[in-house]
Design a protein around this ligand. Structure first.
Ligand code: 5GP
Length: 109
């Protein structure tokens, strides 16, 4: 489904784009700022990262400070990636939630 957003078949509220990454606002935000950073290459989840595609992870984390600055997150933020059923992953295309805009909870799970 994120492939359709990347291809432009489904609209999104774009925050950042380069040749490897698309970032857009989550449709159901769980924080004042909730953006999804999505590698354009289709990988089902972070569990599918290996030596052939690990560069996209670096691309995501290089884009994150640019996106955070653009969204005014001067006090910090959190990046999360859900994996599989126990991880509550609902979209089977690797993506990273960037959340912030308020003091986040200390609990992770
Ligand atoms: P997951 O549960 O897989 O970690 O996260 C999927 C996220 O994608 C959810 O936070 C959900 O709100 C978001 N999402 C699902 N469909 C769409 C959509 O069509 N557009 C946008 N912008 N976000 C979506």
């Amino acid at each position: 489904m994120f492939c359709k957003i990347i291809n432009g078949d489904i609209p999104c509220s774009k925050v950042y784009e380069d040749d490897k990454i698309l970032a857009f606002h989550d449709i159901n935000p769980q924080a004042p700022v909730h953006c999804l950073i999505v590698p354009k290459v289709h990988i089902a989840s972070a569990d599918g990262i290996d030596e052939t595609n690990a560069d996209v992870v670096a691309e995501v984390f290089m884009a994150a400070p640019i996106i955070a600055k653009k969204l005014g997150l001067t006090r910090g933020y959190r990046i999360i990636t859900n994996i599989g059923e126990d991880g509550c992953q609902s979209v089977k295309h690797i993506h990273f939630h960037l959340v912030g805009g308020r003091q986040l909870s200390e609990t992770m799970a």
